[in-house]
Design a binder for this molecule. Sequence first.
Ligand code: CA2
Length: 150
Amino acid sequence: MHKKILLINGPNMNMLGIRQPEIYGRDSLAAIEELTRRRAAELGYECECFQSNYEGAVVEAIHRAYGAADGIVMNPAAFTHYSYAVADAVSAVGLPVVEVHMSDIHSREDFRSKSVILPYCIGQVAGHGKDSYRLGVEMLAAYLEGKENV
Ligand code: CA2
């Protein structure tokens, strides 16, 4: 199989660059997807990008990755904090997943610091703006390369 990762963005991430630039910056989702694709390519991975505002669509994207991708970088957005369905999907497929957030979810409202998905992920990157995605891809690639060399 060609080396492949999936980038998933959850609800409202299609609004990036349009509203709240003081929190999420001025880059559009398309620009962030392009940066992520480029870094993934440098590391030898094709990167498919997906965004949805619907919980079931995110669950199904995770299911589709099973057998088709080596791992997932995901900003589950608000689903992070309450979606046991997304958490169960990550657990079910057993793929390595890195959870990424543009903002520092640990220094904002209390409800944001809790991730119900993180227990099923290999790691979390938060608070680095668009760089969180680059760091997430690097974390995933390092994990996958480590597995190859065992
Ligand atoms: O910091 C992150 O990346 C978040 O995952 C963003 C989520 C938020 O619910 C998480 O707590 C942290 C979604 C926020 C997206 O909302 C936007 C609003 C306006 C413009 C762009 C995005």
